[in-house]
Design a protein around this ligand. Structure first.
Ligand code: ARG
Length: 459
């Protein structure tokens, strides 16, 4: 059924109808469309377009439609309606007859769709915020359990300086905090009602748009109807927030895939989130993490897609904009799923402490501490760097770690080095020294964990 019968003489082409239709994906907006339609019916009541009885009839028919859809959401898909707006209108008319035909007074699908989409984004942002917080909580718990597990920290994927697994967890908490605040920010700008903008120039009826906006939980109503129906900035913002956050999750995945590799062997992933090979019996593959890393691709794709769809699009509404939904829905689904899976992976992780420790030792990750030791004895850092470089070269040559190097060898390169060097370069000594704000020292990490537990309400 189409909504524009009067002006058309001939039937539309079936192939075009299919191409044009959006019901197969915008059925996702059914709750939002019903919610906004009820609010709209109340606004129509206030200006006398609907009587009290008519409004009540419309409202209760819409509520019962919602219940039917709740029981069987796929019911919508059986219809041949073009989109969710026409599906609801058709079913409303089926239930209450001609009164149902009054609901679309003063409204256009152009302001209707962007209202629905904003409402959908709003409720999904709330779920995302919750999942981001939950993942942060899991990071804090994992940090607490591994507070003294030393691992090598890397730059250029070369062992650089010793850190702790807890400290690594805290780094991801910071990234997730930024993801959280980006979403809050997106929500703030998005939560402004476009309803009552009509097709593009406002509605011809004296609707109190501000009151209508507040009744739907928006903070206010939009200022310019032409902009309101053209605007999909919030989709772009949400997809870019998703892209940044998925990038974080993909780096998290990559770190763990590397830690789990046969080469590093720092961690063991649980059977619950890994899979085997159909051919090689020894394999235990980190599929969950590889999928998060891989799914990042489709999220970036969605962002690029909407940017390109909107680029150069003339004001106001154009059907091109229908292309915003599938990718948005898929991205939010993917992002939420990835947050949940990340939590699951983290919860079940086991660390091979000794292997981590040995790797941190073997990598000469305490070399900076030898240089700092020399600086404390009065040598300039640049010179100390050079001396320690030579010591490391020597140690590599005889296949020894710095803490197993004889004092006589140290002395060959600098007479300032005494027996106390060994206390300075144990891995925990190196870690303890990094005690200024943001550093890896055990004390800093402990304090930070306590702070995060309070922030996240973890008892
Ligand atoms: N299905 C359309 C969309 O998703 C709804 C708005 C249609 N408006 C119109 N004038 N054809 O964008």
């Amino acid at each position: 059924m189409s909504l524009w019968g009067g002006r058309f003489i001939n039937e539309s082409n079936k192939l075009f109808e299919e191409f044009n239709a959006s019901l197969s994906f915008d059925y996702n907006l059914v709750k939002e469309d019903i919610f906004a339609s009820i609010a709209w019916s109340k606004a129509l009541l206030e200006i006398g377009v609907l009587t009290n009885i008519e409004q009540k009839k419309i409202e209760s028919a819409l509520i019962s439609l919602k219940k039917e859809v709740n029981i069987n959401p796929k019911k919508i898909l059986k219809s041949n309606c073009e989109d969710i707006h026409s599906w609801i209108e058709k079913n409303l008319i089926k239930k209450i007859g001609d009164i149902g035909k009054k609901l679309h007074t003063g409204r256009s699908r152009n302001d209707q769709i962007t209202t629905d989409l904003k409402l959908w984004c709003r409720s999904n942002i709330k779920i995302l915020l919750k999942n981001i917080l939950n993942l942060q909580k899991q990071f804090v718990l994992t940090a607490e359990m591994n507070i003294d597990v030393i691992i090598p920290g890397y730059t250029h994927l070369q062992r650089a300086q010793p850190i702790t697994f807890a400290y690594w967890c805290l780094a991801y908490i910071e990234m997730l905090k930024r993801d959280f605040s980006r979403l809050e920010d997106t929500l703030k700008r998005l939560n402004i009602s476009p309803l009552g903008s009509g097709a593009l120039s406002g509605t011809g009826w004296n609707i109190d748009r501000e009151k209508l906006a507040l009744s739907m939980g928006f903070t206010t109503s939009t200022e310019n109807a032409l902009d309101s129906v053209s605007d999909r900035d919030y989709v772009i913002e949400l997809l870019s927030s998703a892209s940044i956050s998925m990038m974080h999750l993909s780096r998290f995945s990559e770190d763990l895939i590397f830690f789990n590799s046969s080469e590093a062997n720092f961690i063991e992933l649980s059977d619950a989130i890994t899979s085997g090979s159909s051919l090689m019996p020894q394999k235990k593959n980190p599929d969950a993490l590889e999928l998060i890393r891989g799914k990042c691709g489709r999220v970036y794709g969605s962002l690029f897609s909407i940017l390109v769809v909107l680029k150069g699009l003339p004001l106001s509404y154009n059907k091109d904009m229908q292309e915003d939904k599938e990718n948005l829905f898929n991205t939010i689904y993917t992002w939420n799923y990835s947050l949940l899976i990340s939590s699951l992976v983290l919860k079940n992780i086991k660390l091979n402490r000794q292997i981590c420790y040995d790797a941190a030792e073997k990598g000469y990750s305490n070399a900076t501490e030898v240089a700092d030791y020399l600086v404390r004895k009065g040598i300039s850092f640049r010179e100390a760097h050079n001396i320690v470089g030579k010591i490391v070269l020597h140690a590599i040559d005889i296949k020894k770690s710095l803490s197993h190097l004889d004092l006589s060898i140290f002395k060959k390169y600098s007479n300032y080095i005494e027996n106390d060097i060994y206390d300075h370069i144990t891995l925990s000594a190196c870690i303890k020294k990094h005690l200024s704000k943001g550093g890896v020292s055990f004390n800093q990490v402990k304090k930070k964990i306590i702070k995060e537990k309070i922030r996240l309400n973890i008892s």
